[in-house]
Unconditional design. Structure first.
Length: 69
């Protein structure tokens, strides 16, 4: 069972839900695993992303299913 969690990033509050949901089924990686990865590499990657355009392609049913922008 997933436990919803709230995290704070500067002035922003983000509610994290369905953390046990499988995102990459081939490797059995969950939303929590992906979040932990980005938290680990954030300091290194953010300078490279500054002033770059951003597009979010969502895959709510995992990357093997159709997604949307």
């Amino acid at each position: 069972m997933s436990i919803d969690k709230t995290m704070h990033f500067g002035p922003y509050e983000v509610k994290l839900s369905n953390q046990d949901k499988i995102i990459f089924s081939q490797h059995k990686l969950t939303k929590a695993d992906v979040l932990e990865y980005y938290l680990d590499i954030g300091d290194q990657i953010l300078p490279w992303l500054k002033d770059r355009p951003l597009t979010l392609h969502r895959f709510p049913d995992g990357v093997e299913a159709s997604g949307f922008y």
